[in-house]
Design a protein around this ligand. Structure first.
Ligand code: NDP
Length: 257
């Protein structure tokens, strides 16, 4: 079983935090070359749909595998099952349904980006599942009444809803076959350019709270390191692209950033 040793686990978390910090700074200077920021010079490419499936599939698969191989008491406990359900709720959609809903035509993605996504998701599913089904405390159903769980589950579903609502608005901006961009309206687009990313951040912040797990906290910090700079880049792109872009709209945090 990987990462039986708490020392090795802690070392992995520290390594991931270091890389997250470097990623956060770098992404303000170099945007990841997929979607509207796709450009030549990033090596061989694959279809964006295949890239999304490849990147995201390791997450539900590895998490479910480590759940199945985990400590029987933890994996069979009510909180242990709830954590599994929440993880799969997000990742089965993201890996196997979302890629078939997007309308990105023949858009391609660098293999390099997809490989980075695979590596991240392998590590991320591991640090999360290993804590919840091995190294972390054994929780019973009383955990469902803990304020951390109650606040976390509210945040998780609020973020999940915002993420889905925002992505749904984007996916309806194009007619079949179109690949251009329009100014999104409605939902939280009233306040920010990337409410889908904001929803994702709230959702995984909720997960960190409801699991009270160091692995989930590192995941949340990673999500911020990845999505805050990308929202900033998207926001700048919208403002350059559309002269009448709403002035009051911010990148990802209403009124602030
Ligand atoms: P984007 O917002 O960049 O794009 C989402 C989809 O909508 C793409 O198909 C895009 O097309 C299309 N789209 C975006 N803006 C417009 C517009 N103005 N007009 C028309 N179509 C538009 O999101 P990402 O692709 O970066 O991410 C997709 C999902 O994955 C999000 O929910 C995000 O939160 C999540 N995600 C999570 C990460 C994490 O770290 N947890 C990391 C990355 C993503 P096109 O591809 O052609 O640009």
């Amino acid at each position: 079983m990987p990462l039986e040793d708490p020392g090795a686990y802690a070392l992995l978390l520290k390594g991931m935090l270091t890389v997250a910090l470097l990623t956060f700074v770098s992404l303000f200077f170099v945007s990841a070359a997929y979607g509207r920021h796709a450009r030549a010079g990033w090596g061989p490419t694959l279809s964006a749909r295949a890239g999304w499936i490849l990147m995201e599939a390791p997450s539900p698969v590895v998490f479910a595998l480590l759940w199945a191989l985990g400590d029987p008491a933890r994996r069979g406990s009510a909180p242990g099952l709830a954590f599994l359900g929440l993880w799969l709720l997000h990742y089965v959609y993201r890996a196997f349904i979302y890629p078939f809903r997007v309308n990105s035509g023949s858009r391609r993605m660098p293999v390099f980006i997809a490989v980075l996504g695979v590596v991240f998701n392998l590590f991320n599913a591991t640090i999360n599942a290993r804590w919840l089904y091995g190294l972390g405390p054994l929780l019973d159903a009383g955990w469902f009444r803990d304020p951390r769980f109650l606040a976390g589950i509210l945040l998780f579903f609020a973020g999940w809803y915002i993420n889905h609502q925002s992505d749904r608005i984007l996916l309806h901006l194009r007619k079949p076959g179109e690949t251009g961009y329009r100014v999104p309206q409605g939902g939280l687009y009233r306040w920010v350019s990337c409410p889908n990313y904001l929803g994702e951040l709230i959702e995984w912040g909720g997960f960190a709270l409801l699991t009270w797990s160091p692995g989930a906290l590192v995941f949340w910090l990673w999500t911020a390191a990845n999505l805050v700079p990308r929202a900033w880049t998207h926001h700048g792109w919208y403002r350059r692209q559309f002269r009448d872009y709403p002035k009051e709209r911010r990148a990802i945090v209403p009124y602030l950033f």
